[in-house]
Design a protein around this ligand. Structure first.
Ligand SMILES: Cc1cc2nc3c(=O)[nH]c(=O)nc-3n(C[C@H](O)[C@H](O)[C@H](O)COP(=O)(O)O)c2cc1C
Length: 324
């Protein structure tokens, strides 16, 4: 399959403008290497590999398995007490891309640019986008409504073209993209690449349970529920018995407590910590409830990451040729 040229592929010298998005407890070495070797860019959240020694080992392992670019997602907020170590090791290993979530990326951008590492920042709105652009970000990940994980509130139809108009940086489209039609739409809106999570969970390389993959194949878009019950932040999850068991509605006491900003934040952080650090048996954890985006309704087969990427690019080219 021929390559596709965009600002993103030129920046990283890759064949396809497709990023296999970082996914907590899902992204594995196999997925990262599979995506980068297939011509896109594989990424993973630093928190997936703990303790820090395992994280360092993982970066080294990825580098022995592929010479292609890969990316590391780092939470640059006080709650991530490992962030400085994670940044330091990513830069020591010359990781080509760091993707920041939450918080202020000022320091990571300053340090990364000294080492030639590019920094892309997750954004869900315009204020934060302007701020990270002023701080020197190399690109923006526009996380729109309908994305897996902690999605934004703004429709990609408004978010992406507004960002493209306001900020002269590559904008990457994230949320519900699973096929060539999604890629064509993203490019029409002005995006330079697509950032895909859910589609790659239903891949041969994903080392998640068969139940998770089955749930993605079976779910319709209407089965995606947005709830803050899992980790304290509103996220998209497939409606399952396990999800319903944690109760999707806030209790009366919680409703009252949540009106106080400080208490609300405390509840969110304690839930997030429980979820992030919870073991396999934890009732509320990403291992027993399944995060996914609205695109689930369009996914009906488990394929290899290479097959998924080539299918998307092939469909995109066909759709582009047929557009009115
Ligand atoms: C299971 C799961 C876990 C995720 N974990 C993270 C994460 O740790 N960090 C992050 O920045 N985004 C995370 N995301 C969001 C993805 O990086 C990406 O923005 C999203 O999957 C794109 O939407 P899509 O799933 O509809 O393709 C996660 C998404 C899923 C589905």
């Amino acid at each position: 399959m021929d390559s596709l040229k965009t600002d993103f592929t030129r920046q990283f010298d890759v064949k396809y403008p497709i990023i296999c998005a970082p996914m907590f407890l899902v992204s594995s070495v196999k997925m990262v290497v599979g995506a980068s070797e297939a011509g896109g860019v594989g990424t993973f959240p630093a928190l997936n590999f703990r303790p820090i020694e395992r994280y360092c080992q993982t970066i080294k392992e990825i580098k022995t398995l592929t010479a292609k670019p890969f990316g590391i997602n780092i939470i640059v907020q006080k709650t991530n007490k490992y962030q400085y170590k994670q940044i330091e090791h990513a830069l020591d290993e010359r990781a080509p891309l760091i993707i920041t979530s939450l918080g202020n990326p000022k320091e990571v951008i300053r340090l990364a640019h000294q080492m030639g590492t590019k920094v892309y920042c997750d954004v869900v709105g315009f204020e934060h986008a302007k701020k990270v652009a002023d701080l020197g970000a190399d690109g923006l990940i526009a996380v729109g409504f309908g994305a897996g994980g902690h999605a934004g509130d703004i429709s990609p139809f408004a978010l992406i073209p507004n960002l493209v108009r306001m900020i002269k940086l590559p904008v990457i489209a994230a949320g519900s993209i699973v096929d060539g039609a999604g890629m064509a739409a993203a490019f029409a809106l002005g995006a330079s690449a697509v950032y895909i999570g859910t589609r790659f969970i239903a891949s041969l390389e994903a080392e998640v349970s068969e139940n998770y993959k089955d749930a993605i194949l079976r779910a319709a878009s209407e089965d995606i529920v947005n709830t803050d019950k899992v980790d304290g932040f509103p996220g998209n999850f497939i409606r399952t018995k396990e999800l319903e068991a944690i109760g999707l509605k806030k209790g009366l006491i919680e409703e009252i407590l949540a009106k106080s900003k400080r208490i609300k934040r405390y509840i969110a952080l304690s839930r997030a910590a429980r979820s992030l650090l919870g073991g396999v048996d934890s009732k509320v954890s990403y291992q027993t409830v399944y995060s996914a985006g609205h695109g689930v309704g369009l996914i009906d087969k488990v394929l290899s990451i290479q097959q998924i990427m080539e299918k998307i690019v092939k469909e995109y080219k066909e759709i582009k040729a047929q557009l009115p």
